[in-house]
Ligand binder design. Structure first.
Ligand SMILES: Cc1cc2nc3c(=O)[nH]c(=O)nc-3n(C[C@H](O)[C@H](O)[C@H](O)COP(=O)(O)OP(=O)(O)OC[C@H]3O[C@@H](n4cnc5c(N)ncnc54)[C@H](O)[C@@H]3O)c2cc1C
Length: 535
């Protein structure tokens, strides 16, 4: 059973911080929320490692916005709804595409330098977009955005950015149930800290680390989702996981992403026999939606008995490619690959989690005072499958909206900071003798392996039942959590893995990022609905 809090602690005895806003996470969603909220009051931003350690920092392709005169928010809306396979909330998507261009221009005002072609923005194209609408900063767009936002947040007097502060649990006011802060493990002191605030914003990003092969950095362990679930928040759409078709597949090398924009520029996919195969799977060939390309690659790998396929850019202009994708070029060279002469070995990897903490279009969760935005949230913009380059945009648009809603809430509540309980009745006594760090690493690895093998790109009822049983057994075997970041991360991964598997078992159809071999068709009659979990 999932406990309400992970640790039994006397909160009164712990060091504490206070702010109007407590924002957890230093990706685009958290930093933009903080930037917007600072006009109203004090903002404390916590992040578990360095400020730069986030999915945002790694984003390559760019950020989608209908800014070209041949484009329109309506076209962007249509493409997003089509990718979402019937499960998007049209109102949320409308907000995303209409407010998006304004927010992107705010980034430009903050100093983000998107590439230009003469007087115009250099716009890229990615899979399932019918227009060129991706603003980018070569192939390191996320780094450019993250650096500008970190710089800005560090400069602002009202914002305090604290690194090495790991969210363990959200804390609720006993009398009202309102979220009033968080329990945090502070790497600086090596102990727990309590952070109290009138508004708490979860912006902790996704959970790519649920899978053995992922493009995500080590910090993406889904902590915000799991902590919110323990606190009583609703989690939605957990079965929808996006696998990126083309991560570098070289043994010993990280699953470095070879951006979809490379295919947008005309790269082909070839199997190990050198055959171009995507034309057999979809009319858009290499630019088909990601789930279709990922499955096609898996089938092609199975057919040829290989653990990768190839990305072929040899027919493209070498200098143009090098100028457009310097980061990808350098990485290929580092591993002894010359993309102009030979093919790049690639295979799919977990990339983006469509599900998360259920929110409305203001970022409000079902817990008063707790907001969520960015990849950790599920507000309906992505439905069953995210359209490429829409997630940075989501972080911006809904980060700004969460800040605005939080400000209204603080005005209504007179900036009151909730009373927190004097102690947490959690599962683990902190002084209990518990296994060492490497044990927790092994638990996390077991979860990641089970998820990859049995709840990955192509799922079956049988495989999911086996995965559920394995995770259940693992949950029974592990002792209470330890006051270590690794332990809490492992417990969080296990919690989210179990929810993802149950959701995938329940959804007896295939749609977007959820594919069941035993139910390969989409079933709109029964499954045009969401699965929501809550304790
Ligand atoms: C390789 C790669 C390429 C991508 N390319 C694109 C692209 O081109 N365009 C696009 O739109 N999207 C892209 N994405 C997806 C996009 O980057 C993310 O969806 C987006 O950046 C999420 O932003 P976020 O602010 O919600 O989360 P993140 O940027 O992941 O930030 C989450 C933050 O929360 C912190 N955190 C997590 N847990 C805790 C905890 N327990 N305590 C404290 N802090 C915590 C993390 O350290 C991090 O700072 C890409 C993703 C990857 C991995």
């Amino acid at each position: 059973m999932t406990p309400r809090y992970l640790f039994a602690l006397e909160l009164d005895q712990l060091p504490s911080y206070e702010a109007d806003f407590l924002v957890i996470g230093s990706g685009i969603a958290g930093l933009f929320t903080a930037y917007k909220a600072r006009e109203f009051g004090s903002v404390l931003v916590l992040t578990k490692q360095r400020a730069e350690d986030s999915n945002t920092e790694m984003a390559q392709g760019g950020i989608a916005a209908a800014i070209d005169e041949t484009d329109s928010p309506v076209l962007h809306l249509e493409d997003t709804l089509a990718a979402g396979a019937g499960l998007c909330d049209p109102r949320a998507v409308e907000i995303l595409v209409t407010e998006g261009p304004v927010r992107v221009m705010e980034l430009v005002e903050l100093g983000v330098r998107f590439d230009r072609e003469g007087d115009a923005w250099a716009l890229g194209q990615e899979g399932a977009h019918r227009r060129r609408r991706i603003l980018h900063a070569s192939d390191a767009t996320g780094e450019e955005i993250a650096q500008a936002l970190i710089r800005e947040c560090r400069r602002e007097q009202n914002i305090t950015l604290k690194e090495g502060c790991f969210l363990v649990d959200f804390i609720r006011e006993p009398r009202t149930g309102r979220c009033g802060g968080a329990l945090v493990l502070d790497a600086g002191t090596g102990g727990f800290t309590v952070c109290r605030a009138g508004v708490v914003v979860a912006a902790t990003g996704g959970a790519g680390q649920l899978y053995l092969n992922t493009t995500n950095p080590a910090v993406a362990t889904g902590d915000g989702m799991a902590a919110a679930y323990r606190a009583g928040a609703e989690l939605m759409d957990m079965e929808f996981v996006q696998f990126h078709p083309t991560a570098l597949a070289l043994s010993g090398a990280p699953r470095f992403l070879i951006s979809e924009a490379v295919r947008g520029e005309g790269a082909f996919l070839r199997n190990v026999k050198g055959e171009r195969f995507m034309l057999r799977f979809h009319e858009l060939a290499e630019l088909a939606p990601r789930d279709i390309v990922s499955r096609a690659i898996v089938l092609e790998m199975e057919k040829t008995g290989a653990d990768h396929v190839y990305l072929d850019i040899t027919h493209l202009d070498r200098d143009r490619f090098r100028a457009r994708f310097p980061n990808i070029w350098r990485t290929c060279q580092r591993y002894g690959l010359d993309p102009a002469q030979g093919y790049i070995p690639v295979a799919p990897a977990a990339h983006y989690i469509m599900g998360g903490i259920k929110t409305n279009t203001e970022g409000e969760t079902n817990i008063p005072g707790l907001y969520a935005c960015g990849e950790v949230a599920c507000n309906g913009v992505h439905g069953a499958n995210r359209l490429a380059s829409n997630s940075l945009l989501e972080g911006l648009v809904f980060g700004a909206r969460a800040a605005a809603a939080g400000i209204r809430y603080l005005e209504e509540t007179g900036r009151r900071i909730p009373e927190l309980p004097p102690y947490l009745a959690g599962k683990s006594k902190v002084d209990a003798s518990l296994p060492e760090d490497s044990f927790w690493g092994r638990v996390a690895d077991r979860v990641r392996t089970v998820m990859w093998e049995k709840a990955g790109i192509i799922r079956t009822g049988q495989g999911l039942v086996e995965a559920a049983a394995e995770l259940e057994k693992l949950a029974e075997e592990i002792p209470s959590s330890a006051p270590l970041r690794e332990a809490v991360e492992a417990v969080n991964l296990l919690t989210l893995g179990r929810l993802t598997v149950v959701a995938a078992l329940l959804r007896t159809e295939s749609r977007g990022g959820h594919f069941r071999k035993d139910f390969p068709a989409r079933d709109d009659l029964f499954w045009l609905r969401h699965l929501v979990f809550q304790i």
